[in-house]
Design a protein around this ligand. Structure first.
Ligand SMILES: Nc1ncnc2c1ncn2[C@@H]1O[C@H](COP(=O)(O)OP(=O)(O)OP(=O)(O)O)[C@@H](O)[C@H]1O
Length: 252
Protein backbone atom coordinates (compact mmCIF):
# COMPACT_ATOMS: atom_id res chain seq x y z
CA UNK A 1 0.00 0.00 0.00
CA UNK A 2 1.08 3.51 -0.79
CA UNK A 3 2.19 5.79 2.05
CA UNK A 4 -0.30 8.63 2.47
CA UNK A 5 1.14 10.41 5.53
CA UNK A 6 4.87 10.54 5.90
CA UNK A 7 7.05 12.64 8.14
CA UNK A 8 10.80 12.56 8.42
CA UNK A 9 12.42 13.94 11.58
CA UNK A 10 9.52 16.33 12.00
CA UNK A 11 10.32 18.80 14.77
CA UNK A 12 8.96 22.02 16.24
CA UNK A 13 10.64 24.35 18.67
CA UNK A 14 8.86 27.21 20.41
CA UNK A 15 11.80 29.29 21.63
CA UNK A 16 13.97 26.86 23.61
CA UNK A 17 11.12 24.41 24.11
CA UNK A 18 10.99 21.36 21.83
CA UNK A 19 7.30 20.53 21.39
CA UNK A 20 7.83 17.89 18.68
CA UNK A 21 11.11 16.05 18.45
CA UNK A 22 12.12 14.16 15.29
CA UNK A 23 8.85 12.38 14.69
CA UNK A 24 8.90 9.84 11.86
CA UNK A 25 5.52 8.67 10.61
CA UNK A 26 4.57 6.31 7.82
CA UNK A 27 0.82 5.84 7.52
CA UNK A 28 -0.55 3.85 4.61
CA UNK A 29 -3.53 4.31 2.36
CA UNK A 30 -6.70 2.99 4.00
CA UNK A 31 -5.16 2.91 7.46
CA UNK A 32 -6.77 4.36 10.59
CA UNK A 33 -3.90 5.67 12.69
CA UNK A 34 -4.51 6.72 16.27
CA UNK A 35 -2.12 9.34 17.61
CA UNK A 36 -2.20 9.26 21.39
CA UNK A 37 -0.37 11.10 24.11
CA UNK A 38 -0.88 12.91 27.40
CA UNK A 39 -1.83 16.61 27.54
CA UNK A 40 0.87 18.76 26.01
CA UNK A 41 2.66 15.79 24.37
CA UNK A 42 2.73 17.42 20.93
CA UNK A 43 -0.25 15.89 19.11
CA UNK A 44 -1.91 19.10 17.93
CA UNK A 45 1.45 20.63 17.01
CA UNK A 46 2.23 17.55 14.90
CA UNK A 47 -1.16 17.65 13.15
CA UNK A 48 -0.74 21.35 12.43
CA UNK A 49 2.61 20.65 10.77
CA UNK A 50 1.22 17.68 8.82
CA UNK A 51 -1.63 19.81 7.49
CA UNK A 52 0.35 22.92 6.61
CA UNK A 53 -0.93 25.33 9.26
CA UNK A 54 2.36 25.40 11.18
CA UNK A 55 5.84 25.49 9.70
CA UNK A 56 8.16 22.80 11.06
CA UNK A 57 11.46 23.88 12.61
CA UNK A 58 12.99 20.82 10.98
CA UNK A 59 11.94 17.84 8.94
CA UNK A 60 9.77 16.99 5.99
CA UNK A 61 6.14 16.09 5.39
CA UNK A 62 4.84 14.16 2.41
CA UNK A 63 1.13 13.64 1.81
CA UNK A 64 0.05 11.09 -0.80
CA UNK A 65 3.64 11.12 -2.05
CA UNK A 66 3.80 14.90 -2.54
CA UNK A 67 6.12 17.16 -0.56
CA UNK A 68 4.08 19.56 1.57
CA UNK A 69 6.72 22.22 1.28
CA UNK A 70 6.28 22.60 -2.51
CA UNK A 71 2.78 21.26 -3.18
CA UNK A 72 0.76 22.74 -0.33
CA UNK A 73 -2.24 23.93 -2.36
CA UNK A 74 -2.63 20.64 -4.17
CA UNK A 75 -2.37 18.77 -0.88
CA UNK A 76 -4.93 20.99 0.82
CA UNK A 77 -7.43 19.99 -1.82
CA UNK A 78 -6.86 16.31 -1.04
CA UNK A 79 -7.02 16.45 2.74
CA UNK A 80 -9.72 17.23 5.28
CA UNK A 81 -8.96 18.61 8.72
CA UNK A 82 -11.07 18.70 11.86
CA UNK A 83 -9.05 20.87 14.25
CA UNK A 84 -9.36 20.58 18.03
CA UNK A 85 -11.09 23.94 18.24
CA UNK A 86 -12.97 24.55 14.99
CA UNK A 87 -12.86 28.20 14.05
CA UNK A 88 -16.04 28.91 12.14
CA UNK A 89 -17.48 32.15 10.85
CA UNK A 90 -20.01 32.93 13.55
CA UNK A 91 -21.87 35.45 11.38
CA UNK A 92 -22.70 32.85 8.74
CA UNK A 93 -25.54 30.36 8.75
CA UNK A 94 -24.57 26.67 8.54
CA UNK A 95 -25.70 26.37 4.92
CA UNK A 96 -23.81 29.56 3.97
CA UNK A 97 -20.66 28.05 5.46
CA UNK A 98 -21.17 24.85 3.42
CA UNK A 99 -21.73 26.97 0.30
CA UNK A 100 -18.47 28.74 1.04
CA UNK A 101 -16.65 25.39 1.26
CA UNK A 102 -18.30 24.25 -2.00
CA UNK A 103 -17.02 27.47 -3.59
CA UNK A 104 -13.44 27.37 -2.41
CA UNK A 105 -13.00 23.70 -3.24
CA UNK A 106 -14.90 24.18 -6.52
CA UNK A 107 -17.11 21.18 -5.77
CA UNK A 108 -19.94 20.07 -8.00
CA UNK A 109 -23.17 21.12 -6.28
CA UNK A 110 -25.20 18.33 -7.88
CA UNK A 111 -22.88 15.74 -6.30
CA UNK A 112 -22.48 17.49 -2.98
CA UNK A 113 -26.04 18.48 -2.06
CA UNK A 114 -27.26 14.87 -1.70
CA UNK A 115 -24.20 14.12 0.46
CA UNK A 116 -24.96 17.12 2.68
CA UNK A 117 -28.55 15.96 3.01
CA UNK A 118 -27.48 12.41 3.87
CA UNK A 119 -24.90 13.49 6.43
CA UNK A 120 -27.17 16.13 8.00
CA UNK A 121 -29.92 13.61 8.45
CA UNK A 122 -27.50 11.01 9.89
CA UNK A 123 -26.05 13.48 12.42
CA UNK A 124 -29.45 14.98 13.20
CA UNK A 125 -28.37 18.39 11.87
CA UNK A 126 -31.58 20.34 11.31
CA UNK A 127 -30.14 23.76 12.10
CA UNK A 128 -28.29 24.72 8.91
CA UNK A 129 -30.53 27.80 8.55
CA UNK A 130 -29.41 29.13 11.94
CA UNK A 131 -26.38 31.31 12.64
CA UNK A 132 -23.20 29.43 13.62
CA UNK A 133 -22.71 31.93 16.46
CA UNK A 134 -25.73 30.35 18.16
CA UNK A 135 -24.45 26.75 17.87
CA UNK A 136 -23.13 24.72 20.80
CA UNK A 137 -19.65 23.16 20.52
CA UNK A 138 -21.14 19.82 19.48
CA UNK A 139 -23.33 21.47 16.83
CA UNK A 140 -20.30 23.26 15.37
CA UNK A 141 -18.34 20.01 15.45
CA UNK A 142 -21.04 18.25 13.43
CA UNK A 143 -21.08 21.07 10.86
CA UNK A 144 -17.30 20.78 10.52
CA UNK A 145 -17.59 17.02 10.13
CA UNK A 146 -20.19 17.41 7.38
CA UNK A 147 -18.01 19.99 5.59
CA UNK A 148 -15.10 17.54 5.55
CA UNK A 149 -16.87 14.20 5.08
CA UNK A 150 -18.90 15.54 2.11
CA UNK A 151 -15.63 16.11 0.20
CA UNK A 152 -14.47 12.51 0.72
CA UNK A 153 -10.85 13.58 1.17
CA UNK A 154 -8.00 11.14 0.57
CA UNK A 155 -6.61 11.85 4.03
CA UNK A 156 -8.58 13.00 7.05
CA UNK A 157 -6.88 14.51 10.07
CA UNK A 158 -9.09 14.69 13.13
CA UNK A 159 -7.95 16.26 16.39
CA UNK A 160 -10.17 15.05 19.25
CA UNK A 161 -13.21 14.80 16.99
CA UNK A 162 -15.57 13.27 19.55
CA UNK A 163 -15.25 16.09 22.09
CA UNK A 164 -18.68 17.65 22.43
CA UNK A 165 -20.44 14.89 20.49
CA UNK A 166 -23.24 12.91 22.12
CA UNK A 167 -22.89 9.11 22.26
CA UNK A 168 -24.96 8.51 19.13
CA UNK A 169 -23.02 11.02 17.02
CA UNK A 170 -19.68 9.70 18.32
CA UNK A 171 -20.70 6.17 17.35
CA UNK A 172 -21.86 7.35 13.94
CA UNK A 173 -18.57 9.16 13.38
CA UNK A 174 -16.57 6.04 14.30
CA UNK A 175 -18.60 3.96 11.83
CA UNK A 176 -18.31 6.59 9.08
CA UNK A 177 -14.54 6.84 9.54
CA UNK A 178 -14.21 3.08 9.39
CA UNK A 179 -16.20 3.07 6.14
CA UNK A 180 -14.10 5.95 4.78
CA UNK A 181 -10.93 3.94 5.43
CA UNK A 182 -12.41 0.83 3.84
CA UNK A 183 -13.01 2.90 0.72
CA UNK A 184 -9.29 3.74 0.61
CA UNK A 185 -8.88 7.00 2.53
CA UNK A 186 -6.45 7.37 5.39
CA UNK A 187 -7.67 8.53 8.79
CA UNK A 188 -5.24 10.16 11.23
CA UNK A 189 -6.94 10.75 14.54
CA UNK A 190 -5.96 12.00 17.98
CA UNK A 191 -8.12 11.07 20.91
CA UNK A 192 -8.05 10.83 24.67
CA UNK A 193 -10.82 8.26 24.46
CA UNK A 194 -8.69 5.13 24.50
CA UNK A 195 -11.67 2.93 23.73
CA UNK A 196 -11.95 4.65 20.34
CA UNK A 197 -8.30 3.98 19.62
CA UNK A 198 -8.61 0.40 20.81
CA UNK A 199 -11.68 -0.42 18.76
CA UNK A 200 -11.16 1.63 15.64
CA UNK A 201 -7.47 2.11 14.88
CA UNK A 202 -5.36 -0.27 12.82
CA UNK A 203 -2.23 1.17 14.34
CA UNK A 204 -1.48 3.46 17.25
CA UNK A 205 1.42 5.84 17.80
CA UNK A 206 2.12 7.15 21.29
CA UNK A 207 3.82 10.52 21.63
CA UNK A 208 5.25 11.71 24.91
CA UNK A 209 7.17 14.94 25.50
CA UNK A 210 7.41 15.45 21.75
CA UNK A 211 8.84 12.01 20.95
CA UNK A 212 7.13 9.08 19.29
CA UNK A 213 7.85 6.49 21.97
CA UNK A 214 5.83 3.51 20.75
CA UNK A 215 4.00 2.44 17.64
CA UNK A 216 2.12 -0.60 16.43
CA UNK A 217 -1.14 -2.44 16.61
CA UNK A 218 -2.48 -3.40 20.03
CA UNK A 219 -0.67 -6.75 19.97
CA UNK A 220 2.64 -5.09 19.14
CA UNK A 221 2.15 -2.47 21.84
CA UNK A 222 1.40 -5.20 24.40
CA UNK A 223 4.81 -6.74 23.67
CA UNK A 224 6.41 -3.45 24.78
CA UNK A 225 4.91 -3.74 28.26
CA UNK A 226 7.43 -4.72 30.92
CA UNK A 227 4.62 -5.24 33.38
CA UNK A 228 2.42 -7.49 31.27
CA UNK A 229 -0.21 -4.81 30.78
CA UNK A 230 -2.77 -5.78 28.20
CA UNK A 231 -5.37 -3.02 28.22
CA UNK A 232 -4.55 0.04 26.14
CA UNK A 233 -5.23 2.25 29.15
CA UNK A 234 -2.68 0.46 31.36
CA UNK A 235 -0.18 0.26 28.49
CA UNK A 236 -0.61 3.95 27.75
CA UNK A 237 -0.05 4.89 31.39
CA UNK A 238 2.99 2.61 31.63
CA UNK A 239 4.60 3.81 28.41
CA UNK A 240 4.02 7.49 29.16
CA UNK A 241 5.21 7.12 32.78
CA UNK A 242 1.86 8.15 34.20
CA UNK A 243 1.16 5.07 36.27
CA UNK A 244 1.12 6.87 39.58
CA UNK A 245 -2.64 7.52 39.38
CA UNK A 246 -3.47 4.87 42.00
CA UNK A 247 -0.85 6.24 44.43
CA UNK A 248 -2.15 9.77 43.95
CA UNK A 249 -5.73 8.74 44.62
CA UNK A 250 -4.65 6.82 47.71
CA UNK A 251 -2.69 9.82 48.99
CA UNK A 252 -5.64 12.16 48.66
N1 LIG B 1 2.18 28.45 19.68
C1 LIG B 1 2.81 27.94 20.73
N2 LIG B 1 3.73 28.64 21.41
C2 LIG B 1 4.40 28.11 22.47
N3 LIG B 1 4.21 26.85 22.93
C3 LIG B 1 3.30 26.10 22.28
C4 LIG B 1 2.56 26.60 21.16
N4 LIG B 1 1.74 25.62 20.72
C5 LIG B 1 1.95 24.56 21.53
N5 LIG B 1 2.88 24.84 22.47
C6 LIG B 1 3.38 23.93 23.50
O1 LIG B 1 3.81 22.73 22.88
C7 LIG B 1 3.47 21.62 23.69
C8 LIG B 1 2.65 20.64 22.87
O2 LIG B 1 1.35 21.21 22.67
P1 LIG B 1 0.22 20.46 21.84
O3 LIG B 1 -0.95 21.37 21.77
O4 LIG B 1 0.81 19.96 20.58
O5 LIG B 1 -0.11 19.23 22.80
P2 LIG B 1 -1.23 18.11 22.69
O6 LIG B 1 -0.53 16.79 22.73
O7 LIG B 1 -2.10 18.38 21.54
O8 LIG B 1 -2.01 18.33 24.07
P3 LIG B 1 -3.57 18.17 24.51
O9 LIG B 1 -3.81 16.69 24.63
O10 LIG B 1 -3.58 18.83 25.84
O11 LIG B 1 -4.39 18.84 23.47
C9 LIG B 1 2.76 22.17 24.93
O12 LIG B 1 3.68 22.28 25.98
C10 LIG B 1 2.29 23.54 24.47
O13 LIG B 1 2.23 24.43 25.57
Amino acid sequence: METYVKSVDLSKRFGDYIAVNKVNLDVKQGEIYGFLGPNGAGKTTTIRMLTGTLKPSEGEVHICGLPLRDRELEIKRMIGVIPDEPKLYEGLRGNEFLDFIIGIYQLNKDDIIPKIEELSSAFGVDYLNDYIGDYSHGMKQKLMLISVLMREPKVMFLDEPTVGLDARSARLLKDLLTKTAQKGSTVFITTHVLEIAEKMCDRIGIINEGKLIAEGNLEELRLLSKEGNTSLEDLFLELTGNEDVVDIVEAL
